[in-house]
Design a protein around this ligand. Sequence first.
Ligand code: ZN
Length: 326
Amino acid sequence: MTWKKFAEQPRVAELLAASLRNDRLAHAYLFAGPRGSGKMRMALHLAKSLFCTENKGDACGACLQCRRIDAGNHSDVHIITPDGASIKIDQIRALQKEMAMRSVESFYKVYIIEHIDKMTVQAANSLLKFLEEPPSGVIAILLTENSHALLSTILSRCQLVSFSPLPPDWIADKLRAEGIAEGMAKAASQITTYLDEARALSQSEWFAQLRNIMIQLIQDIKMPNSTVLFTIQDFWQKNDRLKEELPLFLDLLILWLRDILYVQVGRLAYLINSDQQDVLQGQALAWTKAELLHAMEVVMDTKNRIERNASPQLALERLVLQIQEG
Ligand SMILES: [Zn+2]
């Protein structure tokens, strides 16, 4: 792994690599971005780049220093995560003690704090003093998914580095390269920006099954004398998980409706369910554009209802009837 290979966050990687090259590292960084955007991986890479014996200004990932950092037992790299629900003052005190000790092996000491927004007030105040007068050679990397929840005094003492959510195309390509079928890879990449989660989804039998149920439902909805309500009842009986997974089901449904629209306007390159092109093409003839837009609205509305604790079963039946009424 090198700076150049951070394909998911190239801008951040380039920024940090340049700071190292020009010897202009900040004392404290705040890595802010959504879950799964690679903040910890980047923080560890920055740490490795300071200690790696093989790759100056970068990390080889294979030397003893790199491996010790990856394994979490490097004496000059400390990682703090919330102890239970919060980061407590004792953790910050212990960290300061550790950082005050001169390193025997190198000039640098690095500490990484995950979920920095979860500090107690006392812990935050204690850290703040530490950020104001950093011992030389000490580099702080603070991670958060929620920089808005941070004290402005902490924000103002760090260099803010923003991480973007992973682009769906990037996730889909990655999954495809791992051998996951195109349709599944694309659908999962639209549902979560978290690579591990997308991988787990696209590999699970349940996800494939949920997608099949969705395709069946949307097919039945447009049938004359539709028996779709019976079909739903059948689904409920056979699939216990459908109730809890209904939000996921609705996400898949939205993607599908959008795909029908794409087929209608000839934008086949945009299809998420590209492995189902034949089915989509058939359905494109059965829906008008207005009906599709209405259906998408109904699905969004159903999502909101479920978030507000509506009964999943009733919400889905209502959705079917509203879509059929057009
Ligand atoms: Zn190395």
